[in-house]
Design a protein around this ligand. Structure first.
Ligand SMILES: [Zn+2]
Ligand SMILES: [Zn+2]
Length: 325
């Protein structure tokens, strides 16, 4: 989203050393096991959900990184959205770039796709040796092709110099035009729903079902019946949120204040609404994500909690960068 001029001086570190140690230890404990119900019997690895970046809006912020999340199943990493810095956030989370198996872009606002190509290129330059499938609205195929062409010098040099495979043979882009099942492998089944984030169409929410968990990522949307249907009964709903009182203060001085406010309400979800969406979907845990404003240190966890909690009686998690759910 664009109305994110709320950046203020902030200095919160992305994660404590203990959190990073915990993430790294968790990763080390993961094996390459397939999951019961999906493939050959093997010890189930718990599905992990890692928030990589939790700020909404394209302007880089000190307080939170740009939107991106990871679902980790066994030794495979699936990334939802590729905001600026997603590859570094994966490194901070202790997740190996070479473990990347899938990338799911919700929509083509730059806070969600600015590092789509960079994630793939940097994973390839690191230790990616296996294919990666990517999904998102059109023109994802063209974007992928043009990105590789733009980086032709580096790519040709590394192929010749380091004996790497051509990344064009590893990256398989798929365009989505409607909801439904997106993919299924031995670890995970992914479904999508078309959400409401005008003027961008289509914009998607994604649901991941694994042997032990289900998690839904809303992407950017106003309250959406299709999202509620997709999220029905899920363990975890990771949903965007905006705090309207702070935004109203920000836009008050704009000549188009009323129109801006309406635009926000047409394409995003307020704190009160997100609680109602989670209640209606019947999810166990609601994780707030894509905070707007995302750079305002005055909006503490308590502020967000107080705004949402009256409308949702399940577990409420105030997301932060590198938080594992
Ligand atoms: Zn956004
Ligand atoms: Zn957006």
């Amino acid at each position: 989203m664009n109305a994110d001029s709320a950046d203020s001086a902030d200095s919160t570190a992305p994660a404590s050393p203990s959190r990073r140690r915990a993430l790294a230890a968790g990763l080390a404990a993961l094996g390459a096991a397939a999951l019961p119900g999906f493939a050959a019997a093997a010890p189930a690895a718990r599905t992990r959900i890692v928030l990589l970046g939790t700020a909404g809006g394209p302007t880089p912020k000190a307080l939170r990184a740009a939107p991106a999340s990871a679902v980790v199943v066994g030794d495979a990493v699936y990334v939802v959205d590729c905001g600026n810095g997603v590859a570094r956030q994966l490194a901070l989370a202790g997740l190996r770039l070479g473990a990347l198996r899938g990338v799911f872009v919700t929509h083509h606002h730059s806070d969600h796709n600015a590092d789509y190509g960079n994630l793939l290129l940097l994973a390839w330059a690191a230790d990616l040796r296996t294919p990666v499938d990517t999904w998102g609205p059109p023109p994802l195929k063209r974007m992928t092709r043009q990105f590789l062409r733009m980086n032709d010098v580096d790519i040709r040099t590394r192929i010749a110099d380091e004996g790497r495979a051509d990344p064009a043979t590893l990256i398989r882009a798929h365009e989505l035009r409607a909801g439904g099942e997106v993919m299924r492998d031995e670890r995970v089944r992914v479904r999508a729903a078309v959400v409401e984030h005008p003027p961008l169409r289509p914009a998607f929410a994604y649901r991941f079902d694994t042997a032990d968990r289900s998690v839904v990522f809303s992407g950017d949307t106003r309250p959406s019946a299709a999202l509620i249907e997709l999220a029905r009964g899920a363990d975890v709903l990771v949903h965007e949120v905006m705090y309207l009182p702070a935004l109203e203060k920000l836009i008050a001085s704009e000549p188009q204040a009323a129109r801006l406010r309406q635009h926000l309400l047409d394409s995003h979800t307020t704190a009160e609404q997100v609680g109602r969406v989670a209640s209606e979907a019947g999810v166990k845990t609601l994780v707030l994500n894509h905070f707007v404003p995302g750079g305002d240190a005055a909006l503490t966890d308590e502020v967000w909690r107080a705004a949402v909690a009256p409308h949702f009686k399940g577990e409420l998690v105030i997301g932060r960068d590198l938080l594992e759910v």
